[in-house]
Design a protein around this ligand. Structure first.
Ligand code: ADP
Length: 263
């Protein structure tokens, strides 16, 4: 792929003046409001905020899954604004790994074939031993020929992480990657993400509503009403939860004694 030179900031992902609105003149919703933020290589960031604050929109704009209404997104040296759908698809396949709450594995394929899929879709063959190595890394070496339905939720999410890592992406994006897992299994997944960031030099950006999950990140970015309102570095789960209570709807719900529906 043609890569434009980086802008010199050193960030692997940089959003500059990004806005995203939905709807027309009468029912306009501003999901992101002039957001500028950078993510440096080798860091793990959690994005938090009340439901509707723009977390998913931020992730999707940063990952080239959605197009900002205004502003620019630079990913791994490539300006996304102006790329057509085909170029965006190629960039996502080659430079980005995704991990979603619903593991999104193909049930008819074996674990090994699920992991190799991003390479196959890009018309590439896995290098000999590469699928086995990445499965070893996520602790699933012996499960290569199993189908996803034969694995637990945590194991399926580890397959999804292996699939995200196989292309050696610059950035891994996660949308509530631990949302469907019990606490202990969620911890394993977060450790794996941390490892791939700190040992293999990847960059991870996840959306989460869980302060405990966010405390595994190096940095927590807080959104409210489509804007970045604060960030914490190396914060404890308690400090993160405390900061959340002062953010819009989430705070209101905590004050009224219920966290239900928080998202
Ligand atoms: P979060 O992930 O923090 O819950 P989202 O990024 O999903 O927030 O949404 C931010 C705002 O944009 C919300 O008000 C939401 O209703 C609105 N929104 C998101 N996607 C769409 C869409 N496709 N059409 C209209 N409004 C949308």
């Amino acid at each position: 792929m043609n890569t434009a030179p980086t802008n010199g900031t050193g960030d692997v992902v940089r959003l500059t003046g990004v806005s995203r609105t939905y709807g027309g003149e009468r029912n306009r919703v501003t999901a992101l409001d002039n957001v500028s933020i950078g993510f440096s290589p080798g860091t793990f960031t959690a994005v938090m905020g009340p439901s509707g604050s723009g977390k998913t929109t931020l992730l999707q704009c940063a990952a080239g899954l959605d197009r900002p209404t205004a502003g620019s997104v630079l990913l791994d040296g490539q300006e996304l604004t102006g790329l057509d759908e085909k170029q965006l698809t190629m960039l996502r396949r080659e430079r980005i790994g995704f991990v979603f709450q619903a593991f999104n594995l193909l049930p008819a394929l074996t674990v090994a074939d699920n992991v190799a899929l991003p390479l196959r879709l890009a018309g590439r063959k896995p290098a000999p031993g590469s699928v086995e190595r990445v499965l070893e890394r996520v602790g699933l070496g012996p499960r290569a020929i199993h189908r996803p339905g034969e694995l637990s939720g945590g194991q399926q999410q580890r397959v999804a992480i292996a699939r995200a890592l196989i292309t050696e992406p610059a950035v891994i994006f996660g949308d509530e990657p631990t949302g469907a897992l019990d606490t202990r299994t969620a911890l394993e997944i977060l450790r794996l993400l941390r490892e791939s960031v700190h040992e293999a030099g990847r960059t991870a950006i996840i959306v989460t509503h869980d302060p405990v999950a966010a405390s595994h990140a190096d940095r927590v970015v807080f959104l409210a009403d489509g804007q970045v309102v604060d960030e914490l570095h190396g914060a404890s789960a308690d400090a993160i939860a405390e900061r959340m209570t002062h953010l819009g709807a989430w705070g209101d719900q905590v004050v009224s004694g219920s966290r239900e529906g928080v998202h």
